[in-house]
Design a protein around this ligand. Structure first.
Ligand code: NAI
Ligand code: OAA
Length: 271
């Protein structure tokens, strides 16, 4: 390991975490996977068995003791534990469960005190470079429309509270309309993209979100529209759902990997 290599720890070995772990183990210049945290230790050890350099399997809070960069790729319910430990130790904290950051913005203040950095990857979304650039000037509106196969929304607390059974939906149906803050609360495992967009642009209260359950689509689709003084943006991404977790697009671990590479690469492209 070169002296300037960054060590990486990953919380969660699911659709995102395991793919990311495999990619890092295959070799990424300047980065080295040293630890992972998993709910089921025996299963994790089986998943890591073929690795060239198997990372240590540790508790969630211990990742920050071992790694310079802590990637969170676990359910939102354990976000606080992972984030708190990483921030207390002044690490780079890279969350996938971005929706869980919105009601915890005090963590940003805490990071300022400890010298930690919180780096939100683009994840399953696109165009956050352009949104950030536009938000350096006046922005009139930011909206995101998320359209998923109904099974990609199943289990969301908002749907349960409103008695919406997505399995029974046979035509495209708008199941939520509101701001990004309420979307992240109501759909904690489904619209991290809306949270990331809000943080890149004009904040969770002003960012408008529509969520559609659409039996006619096979991909998780997100369309962003931004009306700003400098530019008008319209962008769509159509994500192939991952096999392990249909709520999660296959591009997500790739986006996190690209974001990690950006921490050490000599040539970095995009703002
Ligand atoms: N930012 C973005 O664009 C995206 C974010 N996400 C979010 O990323 C997170 C991870 O997503 P996936 O990998 O698809 O989920 P997943 O459900 O496939 O994997 C999560 C993993 O965490 C493990 N886990 C559960 N409790 C744990 C604990 N206490 N300690 C350690 N591990 C634990 C589970 O066993 C599972 O292997 C979710 O919150 C998801 O909503 C997902 C897709 C896109
Ligand atoms: O934002 C999310 O949580 C996941 C998502 O929509 C996707 O992977 O396309």
């Amino acid at each position: 390991m070169a002296e300037r290599d960054l060590t990486v720890g990953i919380a969660g070995l699911g659709a995102i975490g395991l793919h990311l772990a495999r990619a890092l183990d295959a070799g990424v210049e300047g980065l080295r996977l040293v630890a992972v945290a998993a709910r089921d230790r025996a299963k994790a050890e089986r998943s890591l068995a073929g690795f060239r350099q198997p990372p240590a399997v540790v508790g969630l809070g211990e990742l920050a003791e071992r790694a310079d960069v802590v990637v969170e790729a676990a359910p939102a319910a354990v976000f606080e534990e992972v984030a708190r430990a990483a921030i207390a130790r002044g690490r780079i904290f890279m969350p996938a469960s971005v929706g869980a950051l919105l009601p915890r913005m005090r963590l940003v203040e805490e990071a300022r005190r400890t010298g930690a950095r919180i780096i939100v990857p683009t994840g399953a979304l696109l165009g956050l470079d352009a949104v950030r650039a536009a938000a350096e000037g006046p922005v009139e509106s930011v909206t995101i429309e998320t359209r998923k196969p109904p099974r990609g929304l199943a289990g969301a607390p908002y749907l349960e509270r409103h008695g919406i059974d997505v399995a029974a939906i046979t035509a495209p149906t708008r199941v939520f309309q509101g701001n990004a803050f309420d979307a992240a609360q109501g759909f904690p495992a489904n619209v991290n993209v809306a949270a990331a967009l809000a943080l890149a642009g004009i904040g969770p209260e002003r960012t408008r979100v529509e969520i559609w359950a659409d039996p006619g689509v096979t991909r998780n689709m997100h369309t962003i529209r931004v009306e700003a003084e400098a530019a008008r943006l319209t962008m769509t991404i159509e994500n192939v759902p991952s096999e392990e977790n249909p709520r999660t697009g296959r591009i997500t671990p790739l986006s996190i990997l690209a974001c990690l590479r950006g921490l050490t690469s000599t040539l970095r492209v995009g703002s």
